[in-house]
Design a protein around this ligand. Structure first.
Ligand code: ADP
Ligand code: TPW
Ligand code: MG
Length: 580
């Protein structure tokens, strides 16, 4: 394709060879900045942009819904530290996609959503253009930044600004508005080339101040019961060696947040994942590394965190405003994680005191206790399966295939998988993130396969899967090595609810009983398997991972096995009037 395009260009009449247009400048600007993949859905006015990008040698992945394309771009950003790009049509396509940059901003993932838009003159006078909407105004409050380009000569600057805004400082989702007219604008080719900007050092290293480093070390040194919490910012930073060295040199126990699992293996002797409540409650100094004290950490206070005032917090974050957001931070370290940890390591005495043995010993005892409590539940080989039995099988799959990427969403399916499936390598676990959003599954799975070339295992609640399920066609169309396991418990949380009004409509949380999600992928030539025991599940996943063929496994789970809202049922408001 690329060759054909080059030939077509060469064959063009001389007068035309000196011209370029908005379409080509957008493509050239992206390519110049090393962006070679676009995730999107075609239509007016960007159909030709997709075609021409493909002709120019870019990978253009066409989805069935913009939200999934946007989620793909977001996780591509997380995995690569380069902004993932999503391309949509105007108004409805733009709105369908917009959840993704909003979610990316919430999660600190860099992405750029590019949408075609209708003519400014008509939009601003609200005269009813085709798919009319003031998209820039809508995007602004929801994205990290939003820009519009009106002149072809500004495309280079527009793309450069979007890239910098997405990846510098705290990463986020950026919106780039490109009106239809812009694409057809013709300018002199040489001037066009000159107008492009190659972004130099898009996310500059941010060094912490030496005084801040000294302060942090003093607090850490004073700790009797230290704890390091690694968040997805630490996974994003790709400072894997510095993180491992720091953790091992200090000997401090560490707790990985969901998407930070695998930065050090969950089986590492210092991993306190299986003693979570103990370390949160009893620690005296907590060092946050790319993790926010938001709802996922009970805001750093309350029962989870033990006696009020019993902790001191040290925090590494690239965003200075994150400090003191929920509790006071006694030692803020503002900078990128690689620079901060390197500075700490350099300033540390060669003989750093070992973490107190009574503390690490207590954690080990707790951990072993919890691990052995769980062990028998993971080996249950019954039909129908409960969550633990099924997850026991998947835990072995990941242990045997630590390079595979695990995508995970649902409620029980998410919360229990997070605890059961050990991760061994960085950035291998991708999930619902800060918002706990359903619908990331297929978009994340597709981008993970495309960006890394590694096999993907997507472990999906049956409800969660439904949000992006049509993308199994996309997975089959591109022949991606994705194995989807749908934990089919007939509904949201459980499949056993009944209509409280006694009418013939089903309850709000239940789905068709005995449904067969495996048939969905068969419609597109993929492999569908129905399994009822953990042994069958393990065999089916192994076969899928060995073959690399798109596969969907319908895993029949006991409809009574789950609990309301998984592990976060306590967040449901309680009605005093609700009848049992
Ligand atoms: P988790 O949900 O895993 O606890 P969060 O998304 O709450 O993680 O926190 C991630 C934090 O990491 C954000 O506050 C963000 O500013 C920060 N962050 C992202 N990238 C970097 C980086 N390269 N260096 C330092 N901090 C970073
Ligand atoms: C965009 C609310 C949280 S979890 C969930 C919903 C609908 C589905 C849980 O059922 P599932 O898992 O996937 O079958 P399981 O194993 O417990 O049966 N809309 C959005 N995001 C969220 N979080 C919801 C709704 C929700
Ligand atoms: Mg379910």
């Amino acid at each position: 394709m690329a060759e054909a395009a080059v030939k077509a260009k060469e064959a063009a009449p001389d007068a035309q060879a000196e011209l370029t247009d908005g379409f080509h400048l957008v493509i050239d600007a992206l390519k110049l900045n090393g962006i070679n993949t676009i995730y999107g859905v075609p239509g007016i006015p960007i159909t030709d942009l997709g075609r021409m990008a493909q002709a120019a040698g870019m990978r253009v992945i066409s989805f069935r819904h913009e939200q999934n394309a946007g989620n793909a771009a977001a996780i591509a950003g997380f995995l690569t530290k380069k902004p993932g790009v999503c391309l949509t049509v105007s108004a409805p396509g733009f709105l369908n996609g917009l959840t993704a940059p909003a979610n990316a901003t919430t999660n600190c993932f860099p992405m750029i959503m590019v949408s075609g838009s209708s003519e400014r003159e008509v939009v601003d006078l609200q005269q009813g253009d085709y798919e009319e909407m003031d998209q820039l105004a809508v995007a602004k409050p929801l994205c990290k930044a939003a820009f519009r380009v009106l002149h072809a000569a500004d495309i280079g600057i527009g793309v450069a600004r979007a890239i910098r805004a997405a990846v510098s400082g705290r990463p986020g989702g950026v919106y780039l508005d490109l009106p239809a007219k812009l694409f057809a604008q013709v300018i002199d080719a040489a001037a066009g080339q000159k107008s492009l900007v190659k972004v130099i050092d898009a996310a500059p290293a941010q060094m912490p101040a030496p005084a801040a480093v000294k302060r942090a070390l003093e607090v850490l040194k004073s700790a009797k019961r230290p704890l390091i919490i690694l968040g997805k910012g630490a996974a994003y930073a790709q400072a894997d060696d510095a993180i491992r060295t720091f953790v091992e040199k200090t000997g401090m126990p560490f707790l990985p947040m969901s998407m930070a699992k695998g930065l050090l293996p969950d089986t590492h002797p210092q991993c306190a994942g299986a003693a979570r409540s103990t370390v949160l409650k009893d620690s005296d100094v907590v060092m946050l590394v790319g993790a926010r004290l938001n709802w996922l950490l009970s805001h750093g206070k309350g029962k989870t965190w033990g006696e009020p005032g019993s902790k001191k917090f040290v925090q590494i974050d690239i965003d200075p405003k994150e400090m003191d957001s929920n509790v006071g931070i006694v030692a803020p370290l503002v900078g990128d994680i690689g620079s901060c940890l390197t500075a700490l390591l350099e300033a540390m005495d060669s003989k750093w005191p070992a973490a107190p043995a009574d503390w690490t010993g207590a954690i080990n005892t707790k951990r072993e206790e919890n691990v052995s409590k769980m062990a028998s539940r993971l080996m249950k080989n019954t039909a129908p399966m409960d969550f633990h039995g099924a997850l026991g099988a998947l835990r072995t799959v990941i242990k045997e295939r630590p390079d595979a990427i695990l995508v995970n969403e649902g409620a029980n399916t998410l919360d229990l998988a997070r605890g059961v499936i050990d991760m061994y390598k960085p950035r291998k676990r991708l999930d619902v993130g800060t918002w706990g959003v359903m619908g990331i599954g297929m978009g994340f799975a597709i981008a993970a396969a495309i960006e890394t070339g590694k096999p993907v295992l997507a472990v999906e609640g049956d409800s969660a899967f439904g949000f992006s399920g049509m993308e199994v066609e996309t997975i089959c169309r591109y022949g991606l090595p994705v194995c989807i396991v749908v934990f089919n418990n007939d509904g949201i949380y459980r499949g056993t609810d009944v209509n409280a009004g006694g009418g013939s409509d089903p309850a709000t949380t239940v789905f068709v009983k005995g449904s067969r999600y495996d048939k969905v992928i068969e419609a597109f030539g993929g492999i569908g398997v129905n399994v009822t025991t953990p042994d069958e599940l393990k065999r089916a996943v192994d076969a899928a991972m060995d073959s690399g063929k798109p596969t969907l496994i319908n895993a029949v789970i006991d409809p009574a096995a789950g609990s309301e809202s998984g592990r976060i049922g306590n967040l449901n408001p309680q009605s005093v009037l609700r009848k049992k």
